[in-house]
Design a protein around this ligand. Sequence first.
Ligand SMILES: [Zn+2]
Length: 392
Amino acid sequence: MSGIQVASSEVVRDINRRVVLNLIRTKQPISRADLARVSGLQRSTISLIVEELIAKQWVLEGPTGRLPRGRRPTFLRLNDERVIIGVDIRPTQITVALSDVNGKFASQEAMATPATPKIAMESIVSRVQRLLRSCAGKKMVEGIGISVPGRVDPGSERLVFAPNLHWPDFDLRVPVEKATGCEVELENAANACVLAAVWFDHMDCRNMVVVTVSEGIGTGVLANGHVVRGFSGMAGEFGHVPLDLKGPQCTCGSRGCWEVFASNRAALRYYFESGANAGTAGGLNFLDLLRLADQGDARAAQALETMAHYLGRGMRMIVAGLDPEQIVVIGDLTRAWSRFGPVIQAEVQAQVLPGGVAPRLLPVHEDGMARLRGTVALVLQKHFGVNREVPA
Ligand SMILES: [Zn+2]
């Protein structure tokens, strides 16, 4: 924190307020004296900012502490009556959840994903309205964060390119805002996972790539401390870079994309193609495949190993292009990390050029929660983010 420049302009006052709010978030309970010490700001500046945050009900004064020599500081913490509604849209399931500002979830409700965005929007709105009614008079709803398995156009903020959802280009934000009266933040699911990692897991890492592996492969990129969205919001679509133009058809219209070789669906295809009993393989899902491999089914184990090789091979693009410090892997495959980790690591290692450093591979075992916590971070970053994206 010592590197933060303090000045007197409006902009810097706003930055100082964010720095203080974020310090309370990460170090709570904390006294005013410790806030001054850790931030490097004047004690009087801290007092002014804290009074403002208390008046606006962002911060509460907690119990009085006891220190030697008779000092009795008052500790500050975030007001957990401020809540955020998170919506995670997946190709098969939509989850609507209520979280406090600390990322602690009070409730979660899941439903099957409707076939059209219009029906999905109406179902989301009715669940959000129910949550709003349950909060009325008790909790302050700060906003709604939505994560989508697609990209968000930076101009129109419409949902574009959601090939695994099979939805057309669609405006989700404005109708949900109009129907609920809450501000809505919309973000790609992999980017939401990047935000969850830096906001809630406090990953002190400015160069990180999150790879989400499920029906498809999503990638979120944090470069030099910023989420990379690109010119048209499409940055990070490594999952749709073809590894083999003669490969199987992809949902994006192209052939042989990384995700048709390395997603959960790819592993099921390998299992099928290996001559596994079609009767059993028909209704199989990826978790069944993991279980079969654990039970000693050699074809299932081989299918997963092939998937792992392709995952690592695809990550070579990420290593060569972005040189991340770490690659966070999210998805059901992390349940069998002893099977996947070493294969992926060896493939990635093979790409590292002389002078380069292999990224750390980090499996995250809480698939659904990473996205949901990302939706909370989306709303938090408006108030807490110093560069409006990642914490101070
Ligand atoms: Zn594709």
